[in-house]
Design a protein around this ligand. Structure first.
Ligand code: SD4
Length: 335
C-alpha cells in the first residue's frame, strides 16, 4: 500500500468515527416546524458564500444586489460576473486558460429557489456565460445548451463576443505545449479556481451560480462538473444549496452538490454534509494524487460549511457584519 493511501485510510478512519456521531443541525430542528414558520423566517439573514479568494470581490457585487433589495438569483449572477470579467483570472471567463488545442471553452450554470435552472457548456467567445445560462433558464424550454448551439443562442440574445484566449493565457498554453512531458491536462491546486456562489436573500430564498473555464489544457470537448446541475451546483429551497470546485470528473461521479444537499436534508449540518461528500469521493477513487475537490454549502437557515480533499481551499463569506476569506477544513496535506 502506498504511503499516500496509508495516510488516507488513517485519516478516513478518524473522520469516519467523527461522522458517526450524528447530530441534527439547528436548521434541521427549525425546519421540523416547517420551512415557512415565522421562527425560521425571522432567523434568516441575507448572506453570500463563494469559492476561493476571488470570491471576496464577487461577494461584494452580490451583496450590492442583495442590499438593494434584489433577489438571490440576481445576486449570484451579478457576483460571479465580476470574476468572469477579470482578465487576470486564468480559470474563469474571459481570462481563462484554453483546452489542449488552444481554444477557451466556458462552462456555467445557475439555479434558483423554484428549482429552475439553466446551463451552458463548451461555450466559445461569448461574454458572461453565467448570464447566457440564466437566459437558457428563462427563455428556452431547456436546461442546457452546448457548443455551437449555445453560442448561436447567445448571439441571438445579443450577448457580446469576446476574443479568447487573452495574450497571457495564450502564452501559458504555448509553453505548456512546448514541454513534451506535460501533454496531459494539468490538475493541481493552482488551477481549481472555478467560482461557485450561493446566496440567501431577504425573503429567505436561495440561489446559486457556478462558472469556469474548466480544467486547464483539457481535451477538446471535455465538460466538467461546473455546468452540470447536481454536480457543480444544486439548490433546493426547502433545504439548502451546495457547489463544488476541483476535479470535475470526481465530482460528477458522486453527483457531488446534490449529494451535499441531500445530506443536509437528512439533518446534517452544511459542514458535516461537505465532509461526508468529500469522504464519499475518497472512497470511490483509488488514486488520490492531485484529486483536489472542495465543496461549500449553505442551508436555509444561513448556516454554511466547506471542506476539501487537500489543504488550500477557501471560502469567501459575506454577511451584514463580515466580509472574510476562511480556510476550509481539509482531509490531507499536499505531499
Ligand atoms: C472542472 N470543476 O472543470 C472544474 C475545475 C475547476 O477551475 O475547478 N477549475 O472540472
Amino acid at each position: 500500500m502506498s504511503e499516500l493511501k496509508r495516510r488516507t485510510f488513517f485519516k478516513l478512519g478518524l473522520t469516519g468515527a467523527l461522522l458517526t456521531a450524528f447530530k441534527p443541525s439547528k436548521a434541521a430542528e427549525l425546519m421540523e416546524e416547517g420551512v415557512n414558520s415565522s421562527k425560521l423566517r425571522r432567523a434568516i439573514q441575507p448572506m453570500v458564500v463563494s469559492t476561493w479568494n476571488h470570491g471576496l470581490a464577487a461577494n461584494e457585487a452580490a451583496w450590492e444586489t442583495l442590499s438593494a433589495g434584489g433577489n438571490a438569483l440576481s445576486a449570484v449572477e451579478n457576483g460571479v460576473k465580476v470574476t468572469e470579467a477579470d482578465i487576470s483570472n486564468r480559470s474563469v471567463g474571459i481570462g481563462g486558460l484554453p483546452d489542449s488545442s488552444g481554444k477557451v471553452t466556458l462552462d456555467a450554470c445557475i439555479m434558483d429557489e423554484n428549482s429552475k435552472c439553466g446551463a451552458v457548456a463548451c461555450l466559445e467567445g461569448i461574454n458572461h456565460p453565467i448570464s447566457v445560462a440564466r437566459a437558457v433558464m428563462e427563455k428556452t424550454p431547456h436546461v442546457m445548451l452546448v457548443g455551437k448551439g449555445a453560442r448561436e443562442f447567445a448571439l441571438d440574445q445579443g450577448f457580446d463576443k469576446i476574443k479568447t484566449p487573452v495574450k497571457e493565457a495564450k502564452k501559458a498554453w504555448k509553453e505548456w505545449k512546448k514541454e513534451e512531458k506535460r501533454k496531459s491536462p494539468e490538475i493541481n491546486h493552482e488551477n481549481h479556481d472555478t467560482i461557485g456562489m450561493l446566496a440567501i436573500d431577504q425573503f429567505g430564498n436561495l440561489s446559486g451560480a457556478c462558472t469556469t473555464s474548466g480544467w486547464a489544457y483539457k481535451m477538446p470537448g471535455r465538460v466538467g462538473d461546473s455546468p452540470i446541475i447536481g454536480a457543480g451546483l444544486f439548490v433546493d429551497n426547502e433545504i439548502g444549496a451546495a457547489c463544488a470546485t476541483g476535479m470535475g470528473e470526481a465530482v460528477i461521479r458522486i453527483a457531488g452538490s446534490h449529494t451535499v444537499v441531500e445530506l443536509m436534508r437528512q439533518g446534517h449540518s452544511p459542514q458535516k454534509a461537505c465532509e461526508m461528500a468529500v469522504n464519499r469521493i475518497i472512497r470511490k477513487h483509488d488514486n488520490l494524487e492531485n484529486l483536489q475537490v472542495g465543496f461549500i454549502a449553505l442551508n436555509k437557515f444561513g448556516e454554511y460549511g466547506s471542506y476539501s480533499v487537500y489543504a488550500g481551499f477557501n471560502v469567501a463569506v459575506k454577511t451584514a457584519d463580515k466580509a472574510e476569506l476562511e480556510d476550509a477544513p481539509y482531509l490531507m496535506e499536499w505531499e
